[in-house]
Ligand binder design. Sequence first.
Ligand code: FCB
Length: 474
Amino acid sequence: MTAAGTTANGALSFPPGFTWGTATAAYQIEGAADADGRGLSIWDTFSRMPGKIRRGDTGDVACDAYHRYPEDIALMSALGLQAYRFSISWPRIQPGGSGLVNQRGLDYYRALLDELAANGIDAAVTLYHWDLPQELQDRGGWAVRSTAERFADYARLVAEQLGDRVSRWITLNEPQVSADHGYRTGEHAPGLRDNVIAVQATHNLLLAHGLSAQALRSVTPHTPVGITLDMHPVRIAAGTQPGIVEAARLATDAELNGLFLDPLLYGRYPLHARAALVPGPELIADGDFATIRQPLDFLGINYYSPVFLRAGNPDDLRRNEEPARCELPGVVEYRPAELERTPMGWLVDPEGLYDLLVQVSDAAPGLPLYITENGCAAEDYVDPDGDVKDVERVSYLHQHLDAAARAIKAGVNLAGYYVWSLLDNFEWGWGYQRRFGIVYVDFETQRRIPKASARFYSEIVRANAVPPYSEVDA
Ligand code: FCB
């Protein structure tokens, strides 16, 4: 069981050995889109479709991390960071998603892993952060089961070639977003808008997790294997009796969280989710749930913001209300006016993180949890002193780390935290119009400038403790 306490100066301390890192993803930072035999991914295709990405931005150059990784690792090292979560681009390893292996892609990641090791930084490797090889999409993408099998082949290959240098495997990043944004709403690659396909993708992504976990374990049996889910605490707005919206809370939680968490933990789809979202028996082969429910060594949680519910009329919406996605009568989703919002429009709610950690910990007692992403966009700019004083991000991180420390104190087995993100980068549909880094990137020159939040985070990492939020800022 982990332990956290209070230090002599009142700071909330994290347990010894707590992992501190930052996170990135291949398509968002690497650039070098046609270097060294890389194949096309669905994001290369999607970002070229008119109107899909702000200002027509693409990941062609991004942060040019493919060439600049030594500088980025030196920055992490100077900040005292111990861990780096990055993703491997499948089309760099297998340009067509199956068969042919691109040695130069493997060489690149081997060099990156060696550089991390030389700096004493542990590698948490995500195998899939949304950049499906385009050739596999042309054959159906996540709508077809064979993609899950190809993913397991790729996972095995990566484990065989690079596994000796990896501290922790994360099979998939946010499969809920892959299925929903990629295939249902179309706001992400491949940009399809078809619920039937999104439901197929839901099941095949889960299957891909299970099959790849088996493959990874067969090659690197001692390396922890987990998955990263985007999780959304469902909270009840002040003034609404919880009982009135309880059915909606269960349904919303099932849809946003349970659809992926329940098969992983319990080997079944959640009871309360809308039927239209749940894979039916025609998609589920014998043994699928046993495959999906591989023992997890840890669970990665990405937390940004919650969903609030309150009693209301979806046909007569009030300010800050939206129809509830669960479609139950008498309830609406609501954005409390008193909570801040980031430039993404996302509510800032550290208590949501606390509640979420306690909820997941209750659902999976003792399972090590990692916050594999947390952070915020801000309107960052370089001031006349050449500095980026991102006070909003300092405050956001401070509040969320305070919540994380309190959750540990309450018994949650939280083992590490990765800020999203090390660098400003290609923020999917927003292109370069949203900055999430603790390091500023001047995309004209590729100059990196650590922001105030990088200095703040570095102090916390070195102290392994966070000053209580209220004492400093109340
Ligand atoms: C998450 C993604 C990550 C980044 C952040 C802001 O959903 O995993 O790549 O875009 O949001």
